[in-house]
Design a protein around this ligand. Structure first.
Ligand SMILES: [Zn+2]
Length: 328
């Protein structure tokens, strides 16, 4: 019997202080690129060790080499330049990329493969390959070149597809393509779906898309048509109201749901009982074979201690339910 209620994480982990220091030293040219990479690798080791210690099932590498999830790709691919910092969600500032030419991978084919590979070598658990989706890269950039958003999104979809294929060739069994921007313009949901079909076309891996900042009401049930094997949705920060919404439409048999059960925007560490209650509610609408459990979003905005405690509570809640229900 396969294991039930597999646990995972969405992607980013908090950067340890030593890496924060190394990144700022690198920006001031006080350390070499090689020294920065070593600091990133040491941080990755801590991320893997924590997931091992907590007995999480499907691992992430923690994204220690990335600042912003869109800027990371824009800085390495061709066709982009950087603007001045702009404010994004909450108090986060980032340099919004500007598309000023045809986008291409340039010399960066397999950009994400090395970090994935180095993390995978540290564990026997599968590690997810992590990409940002074409719709979100377009939505979080200024378009100063393409005649319309559609042509930019579709060009980006081809690049993300090539990067996903490089991860699959390297051996990634799970490839996650994050589309947090997908719910911001419901009238473009079809475009996002069309682009994702390009990304996941003939991709020999389990495909996942993480979506947050969600006004899910405006994009359901259309979101069920996103061509990925697993939807990874935040739920805890709205007290699992998402589940009432999902209950209105039959959950598609062919899809998995990774349910966010701890709020990554709150310092408060949830209780095991409230997480269990959320999982139990989800089990009323999604078959247990289709349900995975994770935090609402990347953990990078939390302290290391908060991230660790939230994951510990999540894992304990799952283990208690497995035990109570006689599951593996
Ligand atoms: Zn998210």
């Amino acid at each position: 019997m396969a294991k039930h209620l597999l646990t995972t994480s969405v992607g980013s982990f908090p950067k340890p202080n030593t890496l924060i220091t190394a990144r700022s030293q690198f920006r001031r040219a006080q350390i070499s690129a090689q020294q920065l990479r070593e600091a990133e690798q040491e941080a990755t080791r801590q991320v893997i060790a924590l997931q091992e210690a907590l007995d999480i099932d499907i691992f992430v590498h923690g994204e220690m080499e990335r600042g912003d999830m869109v800027a990371y790709f824009a800085e390495n691919w061709q066709g982009f330049s950087q603007s001045l910092p702009v404010r994004s969600y909450g108090n986060r500032y980032y340099k919004k990329p500007i598309v000023e030419n045809v986008v291409s991978l340039g010399n960066s084919v397999g950009l994400t493969v090395d970090a994935w590979k180095r993390a995978s070598e540290l564990t026997s658990h599968p590690v997810k390959g992590m990409l940002t989706g074409p719709y979100t890269i377009c939505d979080w950039s200024f378009n100063a070149y393409y005649p319309d958003r559609r042509s930019l999104v579709m060009d980006l979809a081809q690049l993300v597809h090539e990067e996903a294929m490089a991860l699959a060739r390297a051996g990634a069994q799970y490839i996650q393509i994050d589309e947090p921007a997908i719910s911001t313009r419901p009238d473009e949901l079809e475009l996002a779906i069309e682009a994702m079909a390009v990304v996941t076309h003939n991709l020999p891996a389990k495909t996942i898309s993480h979506i947050c900042y969600g006004d899910f009401e405006t994009i359901l049930p259309g979101l069920y048509d996103l061509p990925v094997d697993q939807l990874d949705l935040e739920a805890a920060n709205q007290h699992f109201a998402l589940l009432d919404l999902l209950a209105r439409y039959p959950w598609p048999k062919s899809k998995e749901l990774a349910l966010g059960v701890v709020d990554v925007h709150s310092h408060r560490v949830e209780s095991v009982d409230e997480v269990k209650a959320g999982i139990r509610r989800a089990l009323e609408i999604v078959p247990i074979e289709n349900l995975l459990i994770d935090p609402d979003c990347g953990l990078k905005t939390r302290t290391w201690e908060e991230a660790e405690e939230k994951l510990r509570v999540m894992q304990k809640a799952v283990e208690e339910i497995r035990q109570e229900d006689g599951l593996r």
